[in-house]
Design a protein around this ligand. Structure first.
Ligand SMILES: CC(C)(COP(=O)(O)OP(=O)(O)OC[C@H]1O[C@@H](n2cnc3c(N)ncnc32)[C@H](O)[C@@H]1OP(=O)(O)O)[C@@H](O)C(=O)NCCC(=O)NCCS
Length: 146
């Protein structure tokens, strides 16, 4: 499939599309309220990715001083495995690098092997574990030094 990808800032008109895609993620369950709060947060960056004119994913990250954290990344299930996740993650990394950060952190569910592979391929390294962070499951802590 040939994609015509474009990344832009989230705006509140797009909230329904974002919540629809979020519900396809078995590893996160953000509510509309959480997305809107993040959009208002001055430390947060909320980027959406479109194929032609259709929203097919998003990434949310925060930058506080010289550290960044990836909070959420989801790709529409009909567009997974097409490097869209890698594309938007790399976009965020480049954006974060431009803001003089020294490291990017994230947490990933121990069973979310696909996301772990995406992060490892992008250069993130595992550095710790937060036990039982997702009720009975651990969170793996990952870091990218930039
Ligand atoms: C994780 C997610 C964002 C990846 O997006 P994607 O566009 O499907 O991923 P990409 O096509 O860019 O693939 C990136 C890498 O992930 C891995 N990957 C992707 N799909 C995979 C699959 N079905 N099986 C195994 N590895 C896979 C591969 O290493 C791949 O790189 P490669 O194609 O060069 O081998 C997407 O699967 C998703 O939205 N999942 C649900 C939400 C989620 O888990 N978010 C992360 C929370 S921490």
């Amino acid at each position: 499939m040939i994609l015509n990808l474009k990344i832009s800032d989230f705006n509140t008109d797009q909230i329904k599309d974002i919540v629809f895609i979020e519900r396809q993620s078995q590893y996160s369950s953000w509510t509309e309220k959480m997305f809107l709060a993040e959009a208002e947060n001055k430390f947060s960056f909320f980027k959406i990715i479109k194929n032609d004119n259709k929203i097919i994913g998003y990434i949310i990250y925060r930058i506080v001083f010289d550290e960044a954290e990836i909070l959420n990344i989801v790709v529409d299930k009909n567009f997974r495995g097409l490097k869209v996740g890698k594309y938007i993650l790399n976009f965020a990394i480049e954006n974060i690098k431009g803001k003089k950060c020294s490291a990017i952190f994230l947490e990933v569910h121990q069973n979310n092997i696909i996301a772990q592979k995406l992060y490892e391929q992008t250069g993130f390294k595992k550095y710790g574990l937060r036990e039982k962070y997702y009720s009975s499951f651990d969170a793996i802590l990952m870091k990218l030094s930039i």
